[in-house]
Write a protein that binds this ligand. Structure first.
Ligand code: ADE
Ligand code: ZN
Length: 326
C-alpha cells in the first residue's frame, strides 16, 4: 500500500541490530550441516515454532543456542552478508551492528575469527554499495565484569574497526553499575558507549547507564516513560533511544503493538528510532518494524520522516557522514 511504499522509499539507518539475531533458520540449518553441529530441530518450520517467547530470557536461551552453528570466519561473513542484503533491500543506508563475542569465545571460537568475518562483509558492502557501517562490541551482562575486561583486551588489536561498546543479555539483576569500570576504560580508549536499559529493567537502570556508564545512546529505553524527570533529562540531552517494536511485542515488553509507546516517546520530544533488534527471531527487518508500528499507531508521514531522520542524527556518523545520507 501507500504507506509501505513511503516507508520503503525513506533512507534509513539501523542502530540496534544484533548480527547473531539475524541468523535465519535456513542459514542455521546450512551452517549446522557445513560444520557438523547438531541442532535440536528437525526442520525450518520446527525452528520457527520454537520462537514463542514470554520474556527476554526465553529468547536468549534460544539465541545463544542458535549461534552455536557459527564456527568459521566464512560463517560470520555469510551471516553478515545476508543481513546487509536485507538491509539494502529495505533502503537502509547505514548500519550500526552489535556483536556478542563472548557468545563465541565461550565455545572456543577466536575473537579474531568473529570480527574478521563480520568486517569483511561490511567492507564489501561499503565498496560495492556505499552502505556505511559501525561495529559495536557488546558485553554480556549476565557474565562478570572481569570477563568483559578480557573481551575488551581481545578487541585491542581491532580498535580501528570498533566504534563502541554496548551491554546486552539478561537485564534484570545485572544493572549497569556492574560494568562501570570496563565502560570507563572503553571510553578512555575513545570508544562510544551504549547500553540496553529499560527493556525489562526499571528506570533506575536507565539512570545508571547515563550516570555511571555515560552512554551516548540508550538501547530500548521503554521503561524511562515511567519516570517523568528521567524523560525530561533524556529529551534535554537529545539522547537517542533505539526502539524495537516487533521485539517488544515478541518479548512481551508491550502487551501488543497497538499499546506500543513509540508515539508517546515522540510526543514527549524523545529522539526515538525504529530498529529490528533480532529480525530472524522477531518476525521482521527494519521496514517491517516501521510498518507494524505505523499501522498500529496510524503514524503520519511527518512522524515517519522524523523517525528516519533521528536514525541518522542518533548515529555515530560525523556531521558530514550524516549530511551525505540526509
Ligand atoms: N541480545 C540480543 N537481543 C537482545 C535484547 N533485545 N535484549 C537484551 N539482549 C539481547
Ligand atoms: Zn537488543
Amino acid at each position: 500500500d501507500e504507506r509501505a511504499a513511503f516507508i520503503a522509499g525513506l533512507p534509513k539507518a539501523e542502530l540496534h541490530l544484533h548480527i547473531e539475531g539475524s541468523l535465519e533458520p535456513e542459514l542455521m540449518f546450512a551452517l549446522a550441516q557445513r560444520n557438523a553441529v547438531a541442532i535440536p530441530f528437525a526442520s525450518v518450520e520446527d525452528v520457527r515454532a520454537a520462537y514463542a517467547f514470554s520474556n527476554l530470557q526465553d529468547f536468549l536461551d534460544i539465541y545463544y543456542q542458535g549461534m552455536g552453528v557459527l564456527i568459521a570466519e566464512q560463517d560470520f561473513y555469510d551471516l553478515t552478508a545476508a543481513y546487509l542484503a536485507r538491509a539494502r533491500a529495505d533502503n537502509v543506508r547505514h548500519v550500526e551492528i552489535f556483536f556478542d563475542p563472548q557468545g563465541h569465545t565461550a565455545r572456543g571460537v577466536a575473537f579474531d575469527t568473529v570480527i574478521a568475518g563480520i568486517a569483511r562483509a561490511l567492507d564489501e558492502a561499503r565498496d560495492r554499495h556505499g552502505l556505511t557501517s559501525r561495529l559495536i562490541l557488546c558485553f554480556l551482562r549476565h557474565l562478570s565484569e572481569a570477563e568483559a575486561e578480557a573481551t575488551l583486551d581481545a578487541a585491542l588489536p581491532w580498535l580501528g574497526r570498533i566504534a563502541g561498546v554496548g551491554l546486552d543479555s539478561s537485564e534484570v539483576g545485572h544493572p549497569p553499575s556492574k560494568f562501570e569500570r570496563v565502560f570507563a576504560r572503553a571510553r578512555d580508549l575513545g570508544l562510544k558507549c551504549v547500553a540496553h536499559a529499560g527493556e525489562e529493567g526499571p528506570p533506575a537502570y536507565v539512570r545508571e547507564a547515563l550516570d555511571l556508564l555515560r552512554v551516548d545512546r540508550i538501547d530500548h529505553g521503554n521503561r524511562s516513560l515511567e519516570d517523568a524527570a528521567l524523560v525530561r533529562r533524556l529529551t534535554d540531552a537529545a539522547m537517542c533511544l533505539t526502539v524495537c517494536p516487533l521485539s517488544n511485542v515478541r518479548l512481551c515488553v508491550v502487551d501488543d503493538i497497538a499499546a506500543h509507546p513509540l508515539r508517546t516517546m515522540l510526543d514527549a520530544g524523545l529522539c526515538a528510532t525504529v530498529n529490528s533488534d533480532d529480525p530472524a527471531y522477531f518476525g521482521g527487518y527494519v521496514n517491517a518494524n516501521y510498518q507494524a508500528v505505523a499501522d498500529a499507531l496510524d503514524l503520519s508521514r511527518a512522524e515517519l520522516v522524523a523517525l528516519a531522520r533521528n536514525s541518522f542524527t542518533g548515529s555515530f556518523l560525523d556531521a558530514d557522514g550524516q549530511a551525505r545520507h540526509l
